[in-house]
Design a protein. Structure first.
Length: 568
């Protein structure tokens, strides 16, 4: 058995487009859930045989939103290769038009990624509206339901594989690099004409490993363009998603947290967060093996920091994977059927990449959004590959919570910013009516013990804001030069010593500002220092004031000021 994912596109028969994704479970030594059947379905097209153009040969699973089938496309009595077909069941407690519009957004993103030739994703095939599945000898019902079709992928998701000790073992480094490559292509498109996108639901059950060992990212139901009109729903799986989702503040770092949940699962076999019992994600899981290996623990937790700005940017994931593989080869961990390689992998990405950006500066800093989170036992969890069997036997409850939220899309940060993010503040975010407020969880630990320092190490944080100091030095130098020329009769060595003293004092001001920042931010407020922007600013202010002091001692400058004052 294989598995896949299905999305839809607008059909000419219906004015409303649809979108959702499908992913089905592969069998490990046989799947008792598989159900043989003989049903047909198809689009509501003019041809009389259109409603029988798909033959459903096997029921693969059922979730809260859809039934998943293995199917073949029939044309003139000839059947195609297997495909995956998903038949959606609209929810009764949400307006149907809102559901279709939400599906269409995810489908648009998936179709865009497929058309751009993004590797490492499950391919989208088709979508249509048609009558519900029916027996070949019966007449179809008059009502139409949405269908989605994607390629049929043989294989199993990471959640299933880790739980069943796969043979041969999972080659973890290529799998993680594939996911990182998909996210990098989504977050940092190589053309200014292409909008950045977010997957929004990266987790172990949404990563397929095929028999060849290749990995595929599936489930683009919640994928969105980072635009105000698109970011209206947020996919949220409590045990894998970043806690900022409950506040609606999501950006590329939200997918980075999901990537971290996959890496954490490959290392420990556990989900990274402990559910709090109320549908929300709680504190980070404290794995005994990781607690005995602080370096490995802190490296993993860097991607799972509660504060999105403390996580590495997408552009650093390739480097991060190389370090993880090195740490795993040196660590003693339980055998989960995961191979981390025998030699240090060579990074395929040169970091950092100044030619590409985490988010285009032309994009809005913030996106207003209303987050609609289906509040089942696992808040917002869809019928994914990892839980399709459970969903078949126990349909989830139908309670829905809608919260008002603001989705954050950070702009490109200046070179040297350790995390590649700026602070975005909404001006006038759009607000939607609040039906029920879902409070954010109260984490027991707000950040990892040793935050990620990036490829540049700890010194990279000192360069954040260095442009202020550069401007200050240039201004002071120009003013000093004018003063030195005006006093050229004096010793030039004395003039140079004056400027050297100014530079030394400027460095002392910078160091003092850093010391104050350490005492206030790190020691008192327990916050992580990300840049030296304020320290550079203090140094620049000193240099500018000193430069003005040099100008005040220049004769012709004073004469010009007096002349202008007399004219006024």
């Amino acid at each position: 058995m294989g598995r896949c994912e299905v999305l839809s596109q607008p059909n000419p028969v219906c004015p409303v487009g649809i979108v959702l994704s499908v992913y089905l479970s592969g069998a490990l030594g046989g799947n008792t859930m598989a159900e043989k059947l003989d049903l047909v379905c198809g689009p509501a097209d003019p041809l009389p045989e259109a409603t029988k153009s798909f033959r459903l040969v096997e029921r693969l699973g059922s979730g809260g939103q859809a039934d998943v089938y293995k199917a073949v496309r029939q044309s003139g009595g000839i059947s195609s290769a297997p495909v995956t077909l998903k038949v959606f069941r609209p929810q009764r407690d949400r307006p149907l038009e809102a559901q279709y519009r939400s599906w269409d957004k995810g489908d648009a993103v998936h179709m865009d990624l497929d058309s751009r030739g993004i590797t490492g994703i499950c391919r989208r095939i088709d979508a249509f509206y048609g009558p519900p599945p029916h027996r070949p000898d019966s007449s179809p019902a008059p009502n139409l339901v949405p269908y989605q079709v994607l390629e049929y992928l043989p294989g199993n998701d990471l959640k299933q594989l880790i739980g069943n000790r796969p043979s041969p073992p999972i080659n973890a480094v290529p799998v993680l690099r594939t996911i990182a490559g998909v996210l990098d292509s989504m977050h940092r498109p190589n053309s200014p004409d292409i909008h950045p996108t977010l997957h929004m639901d990266i987790k172990p059950s949404n990563v397929i490993v095929m028999p060849s060992g290749e990995a595929r990212v599936i489930d683009f139901t919640g994928a969105r363009y980072s635009l105000p009109t698109h970011m209206t729903t947020i996919s949220y799986t409590p045990a894998a998603a970043g806690p900022e989702a409950l506040e609606g503040r999501v950006g590329p770092s939200y997918d980075v947290h999901g990537f971290g949940s996959v890496a954490f699962f490959l290392v420990t076999g556990h989900k990274p967060r402990v559910e709090d019992g109320g549908g929300g994600g709680g504190a980070l899981y404290r794995d005994p093996v990781l607690e005995g290996n602080p370096r490995l623990r802190d490296h993993l937790l860097a991607l799972l920091a509660d504060n999105p700005r403390d996580r590495p940017p997408t552009s650093h994931l390739d480097y991060w994977i190389s370090e993880l593989a090195t740490l795993m080869r040196d660590a003693t961990t339980p055998d989960l059927g995961v191979d981390w390689g025998s030699r240090p992998p060579v990074s395929t990405t040169k970091l950092p990449q100044p030619a590409r950006h985490e988010e285009p500066a032309t994009k809005p800093d913030l996106i207003a959004a209303t987050t609609e989170l289906p509040n089942t036992r696992r808040l917002g969890e869809k019928a994914s590959a990892g839980n399709v069997a459970q969903a078949a036997s126990a349909p989830p409850a139908g309670r829905t919570a809608t919260i008002t939220a603001t989705a954050s899309v950070p702009v490109a940060a200046p070179p040297g910013n350790r995390y590649g993010r700026g602070v975005a503040v909404p001006s006038q975010p759009r607000r939607e009516p609040v039906e029920q407020h879902v409070p954010a969880p109260e984490p027991t630990r707000s950040e990892p013990r040793r935050p990620w320092t990036g490829p540049g190490g700890k010194l990279s944080s000192l360069s954040g804001g260095s442009e202020f100091s550069v401007v200050g030095v240039l201004f002071a130098f120009l003013c000093w030069g004018v003063w030195a020329i005006d006093n050229f009769r004096s010793s030039m060595i004395t003039h140079v010593l004056y400027f050297v003293v100014v530079l030394i004092v400027a460095v002392a001001v910078f160091a003092m500002a850093r010391l104050v920042g350490t005492l206030v931010l790190v020691r008192l407020l327990k916050r992580t220092r990300r840049t030296a922007r304020l320290s550079h600013l203090a140094s620049a202010v000193f240099l500018i004031v000193t430069g003005i002091g040099f100008l005040n001692q220049v004769t012709f400058v004073n004469d010009a000021i007096n002349w202008l004052s007399n004219i006024g």
